[in-house]
Design a binder for this molecule. Sequence first.
Ligand SMILES: Cc1cc2nc3c(=O)[nH]c(=O)nc-3n(C[C@H](O)[C@H](O)[C@H](O)COP(=O)(O)O)c2cc1C
Length: 180
Amino acid sequence: MEFTEVIKNRRSIRKYTDQPVTREDLEKIIDLTRFAPSWKNSQTSRFYAILTPELKNQIAEEGTCDFSKNKLNIQSAPALVIQTTVNQIAGYEKDGTFTTSKGTHWQSFDAGIACQTFCLNAYNMGFGTLIMGIFDEEKIRNLISLPENESISALIAIGCPAENPNAPKRKERSEIMQII
Ligand SMILES: Cc1cc2nc3c(=O)[nH]c(=O)nc-3n(C[C@H](O)[C@H](O)[C@H](O)COP(=O)(O)O)c2cc1C
């Protein structure tokens, strides 16, 4: 697929077909996601793929803070990826102090880059994705026995799209860019 097409046509997908996402599909996506840039090449993103309907549906039921839209989004998708970040590395010095005045900011920054890299790779392979930021971190932490030193950055639903939504309106270039 052409690069600009991938950037422009990727959409958030909230309805999926029953076609499964395989372990091999996810391995391919992650293999490319590894090339995302990160703070001092620290590569702190981790991806927990959930392919079993039982655990995925438990996360949908118990891990979405009663935000029913995300419950439905997760139930619709054949697979769910929980993206986490190893804490206190990106943006930190070895002695645990912050490198910059922006504190913990760089952890989330790196997670965002990796997340979009994942979603674009997935789209390029024919899959739809949905990034979700509304979730119950503690509930999901317990359900997947997440290591103490990781925090959840995002949930990513993935599967074959069963919808073809229009792109939500984007701001004009003049609203977001200035030559100074
Ligand atoms: C950090 C982040 C959190 C999001 N959280 C949710 C969410 O919890 N539920 C949802 O349905 N969509 C969520 N979205 C999807 C956005 O609504 C979507 O990206 C935006 O409307 C633009 O649409 P597009 O992705 O099709 O271009 C999230 C997107 C991002 C980047």
